[in-house]
Ligand binder design. Structure first.
Ligand code: AMP
Ligand code: MN
Ligand code: MN
Ligand code: MN
Length: 296
C-alpha cells in the first residue's frame, strides 16, 4: 500500500480517531532524533506492544522523526500525534514546553527550533571545553559521534562520562557534572517562553508544560510560570508523567483544574533499558482532569 505521508502530517483526523473510551495515551516520547535510543519505527512498535493506542513523538527541538513515526503508527492502526519538546529559558532556569498536534511544515516552528539547535551546537562545544578544563578530554567528540549528526544532548555527554568511569550511572553523572553549578553545565540561552508557545500556536498545536514537578518551583514561581504561560497562549500541563509520584499527580491535577488547563499524559520515554521507561504503564488521569485528547 502506498501511504501518502503528507496526508498523515496534517492535523489529527477527528472522525477516524475519536475515542469512545479513554485511550492508552503516551504523549511524551523520544527517539534517536534527539536523546532517545530507538528509531521512530522501533519506538512505535514498542508503544504498540505496551498497548499504547494514542502516541505522540516529542523529540527535543526536533521534528525529524514524526514523518516515519506517523507512517508506522498508521500501519499498526494506532493514533499518532506530531509533537516536539522545546527547551525554554525562563527566570534563569530551563523549562520544557511540549507542543502537541503541531503542523510540522510550519515555518515559524521550524525556524524557532533551528535557532534552539544552533545554541545546542555551540553549547555542546562549550561543554567539551569546560570538561577539558577539568581534565576530561574528548567529551564533545564522543557526544557528537554518539548523536550521529543529530542534536547533541547532555544525555550524550552523560553516557560518555559513565563509560569513562566518572560516575556509576546517568543520575549520578548529571548530579556531579551536568547540572547547574557543576563543571560541565552551560547555562541556557534557549527560546523564551513566549516565543516557544508562539511557535506552537502558529503551527496550530497545543502548548503543554512538561513534567512540572521536575523544576522544584516554589508556589510563587509556579504561579508566575502558569500566568505567563497562559498569557502567551499555553493551554495544557502534564499531570501524569514518569517524573511524577502520586502526590505530584494530585497536585498538578488540582493546578490544571484551577487554571483551566487541559491535562496531558507522557512517559518521557527515552530508552527501553532505563528506569524512566513508563510506557503503557502510567497511572490514569484523575477524573477531575479534562484530557488533552478531548480536543482531538
Ligand atoms: P539537554 O536538553 O541537552 O539539556 O538534556 C536534557 C536531557 O537530559 C533531559 O531531556 C533528560 O533526557 C536528560 N536528563 C536530565 N536530567 C537527568 C537525570 N538526572 N538523569 C538522567 N537523565 C537526565
Ligand atoms: Mn531527554
Ligand atoms: Mn523534558
Ligand atoms: Mn522529554
Amino acid at each position: 500500500m502506498v501511504v501518502d505521508t503528507d496526508d498523515l502530517l496534517t492535523s489529527f483526523d477527528r472522525k477516524q480517531n475519536a475515542f469512545n473510551v479513554n485511550p492508552v495515551a503516551d504523549l511524551h516520547t523520544h527517539t534517536l532524533a534527539s536523546d532517545g535510543t530507538l528509531s521512530a519505527s522501533d519506538l512505535v512498535a514498542l508503544a504498540v506492544r505496551y498497548g499504547v493506542n494514542l502516541l505522540a513523538l516529542t523529540d527535543h527541538d526536533e521534528l525529524d522523526g514524526c514523518r516515519e513515526a506517523a507512517t508506522v503508527a498508521q500501519s499498526h492502526g494506532i493514533a499518532f500525534i506530531n509533537g516536539v519538546e522545546i527547551s525554554v529559558t525562563w527566570q534563569a532556569r530551563t523549562i520544557h514546553i511540549v507542543g502537541l498536534n503541531v503542523d510540522t511544515t510550519s515555518l515559524p516552528l521550524q525556524q524557532g527550533l533551528a535557532k534552539n539547535r544552533t545554541f545546542r551546537d555551540w553549547r555542546a562545544e562549550e561543554m567539551g571545553r569546560r570538561l577539558a578544563k577539568q581534565g576530561i578530554v574528548g567529551g564533545y567528540e564522543a557526544a557528537a559521534a554518539m548523536a550521529m549528526g543529530r542534536i547533541v544532548s547532555r544525555t550524550h555527554f552523560a553516557k560518555f562520562l559513565v563509560s569513562g568511569g566518572y560516575a556509576s550511572d546517568l543520575r549520578e553523572v548529571f548530579k556531579h557534572y551536568l547540572k547547574p553549578n557543576k563543571p560541565g553545565y552551560v547555562a541556557g540561552e534557549w527560546a523564551t517562553l513566549e516565543a516557544a508557545v508562539g511557535w506552537i500556536r502558529e503551527a496550530d498545536g497545543i502548548a503543554v508544560i512538561a513534567h512540572p514537578a521536575r523544576y522544584n518551583l516554589s508556589a510563587t514561581k509556579l504561579r508566575l510560570l502558569l500566568q505567563q504561560f497562559i498569557a502567551a497562549g499555553g493551554e495544557a500541563i502534564e499531570v501524569v508523567s514518569s517524573s511524577h509520584n502520586s502526590d505530584d499527580i494530585l497536585h498538578f491535577a488540582d493546578v490544571a483544574k484551577r487554571y483551566q488547563l487541559l491535562a496531558s499524559v507522557g512517559s518521557d520515554f527515552h530508552d527501553p533499558n532505563y528506569h524512566w521507561n513508563g510506557m503503557g504503564r502510567l497511572p490514569p488521569l484523575p477524573a477531575t482532569c479534562e484530557p488533552i485528547w478531548s480536543r482531538w
